[in-house]
Design a binder for this molecule. Structure first.
Ligand code: PLP
Length: 407
């Protein structure tokens, strides 16, 4: 008989969103016909705008004609798209051959872990996007659970939580970062919605360099940044090219959650302890177990970075930021303290002394609104709730009215 990968047994059993869906079904069974509005998952709801949508259609049609048909492309992505990302989004801070096109940031986070294997520990912002922890557990970088720190948050051998809460302005104590590890850092952060400033990211880069650690910087929400003083990329910080990989995506900026298109930047300056090139290995991994992003998706990505496409990205992210503002104002009106929502599509609300799953249930019962319990993002989220701004405007307005029932 073939044995199960023991790392799989180490992943916590109930992944956050299936558990939320289960509780929703339970509520619906008990309240037939009740309308529930979701401010829960971070899934986009609005259609792709016409310029980008037109390019996706044209990309699909090109496959149906002999003259324009294309099969497999380069595993690293279309050269034109790599060049455009380097020029338009990174303003030449990085080179086109440091950009690797992918089928999304989440998939890349999983594959990037193959570069370092089971021997490299990880540090994560707490709370954080669950994939950093679960991916580390799957690859064996984080070992078996060593304690249960809440209903959904396990502590693991080899994994260091970096608490981010109101007390430290949602920026972690960098002294907690162990040497020679991977540091997962997301700004603007999912779930807190807080974006780190230049000084904070400079301190992060300095800490990583001082410890021989590598930052996996997730900037999936950078297009939501409106404060011009806030960095959109870790490479705006001096020294980052020798200690950071960046993952990013068209999912939340262009509405490509279902299209699937992202990229990773692996600078040529980035080296392992042995001095070997991380970029060369990533190139190898992409060619070995990834066969390139969809050519249709990449046609859409090229259009998204035209002047017209960038305007559409701005309009789409403005729309969701408008939702976030409504949610924030509704919560503040109720005296609930919250952060985020101004440079990100997430609002993080604090319920001191309460357990987040209890608050989640109360919001569902009293307001018929689905939220996300903070405990699912790490131990530091146990008294917080995440509200997502991804929704139709009328639904968000209705949800905000319904939240008034929390009074
Ligand atoms: N990174 C963060 C922080 C996210 O919140 C998400 C999705 O919610 C992703 C990455 C996933 O991006 P993609 O759709 O490109 O896989």
């Amino acid at each position: 008989m073939v044995h199960r990968n023991p790392c799989i047994a180490n992943i916590k059993t109930a992944y956050l969103f299936p558990e939320i869906a289960r509780r929703r079904r339970e509520y619906e069974a008990a309240h037939p016909g009740a309308k529930i509005i979701s401010l829960g998952v971070g899934n986009t709801t609005e259609p792709v705008f016409p310029h980008i949508g037109g390019a996706l259609s044209a990309g699909a049609l090109a496959l149906a004609a002999l003259e324009t048909y294309t099969g497999y492309g380069d595993e690293q992505g279309l050269t034109a798209l790599r060049e455009k990302i380097a020029a338009v989004l990174y303003k030449g801070m990085i080179a086109a051959d440091e950009v690797f096109i992918s089928d999304g940031a989440k998939c890349d986070i999983g594959r990037l872990q193959l570069l370092f294997g089971a021997g490299t520990g990880a540090a994560v912002q707490d709370p954080s996007y669950p994939v950093y922890v679960d991916g580390s557990v799957l690859i064996g970088a984080a070992g078996g659970p060593i304690q249960r720190a809440g209903a959904d948050s396990a502590a693991y051998r080899g994994l260091t939580y970096l608490p981010c809460a109101a007390e430290n302005n949602y920026f972690p104590d960098l002294d907690l970062i162990p040497p020679d590890c991977l540091v997962y850092f997301c700004s603007p952060n999912n779930p807190t919605g807080v974006a780190s400033d230049r000084k904070q990211l400079a301190a992060l880069v300095e800490a990583a360099r001082g410890r021989g650690s590598i930052i996996i910087f997730d900037s999936a929400y950078c297009e939501y940044i409106r404060d011009p003083r806030l960095p959109r990329s870790i490479y705006e910080i001096e020294g980052a090219k020798s200690c950071a990989i960046e993952v990013n995506s068209f999912s939340k900026s262009a509405g490509f959650t279902g299209v699937r298109l992202g990229w990773s930047v692996v600078p040529k300056d980035l080296k392992y302890a042995s001095g070997e090139s991380v970029n060369a290995d990533w190139n190898r991994i992409c060619a070995t177990i990834f066969n390139g992003a969809s050519n249709i998706a990449q046609a859409g990505g090229l259009a998204a970075l035209d002047d017209e496409g960038l305007k559409e990205i701005r309009a789409l992210t403005d729309f969701y930021l408008g939702n976030a503002k409504l949610i924030r104002e509704a919560l503040r009106h109720l005296g609930i303290s919250c952060v985020g929502g101004d440079n990100s599509p997430y609002v993080w609300a604090h319920f001191p002394g309460r357990e987040s799953w209890d608050v989640f249930s109360e919001i569902l019962e009293k307001c018929r609104v689905l939220s996300t319990p903070g405990a699912g993002f790490g131990p530091a989220g146990r008294d917080c709730i995440r509200f997502s701004a991804f929704g139709h405007r009328a639904d968000v307005e209705e949800a905000c009215t319904q939240l008034g029932n929390l009074k």
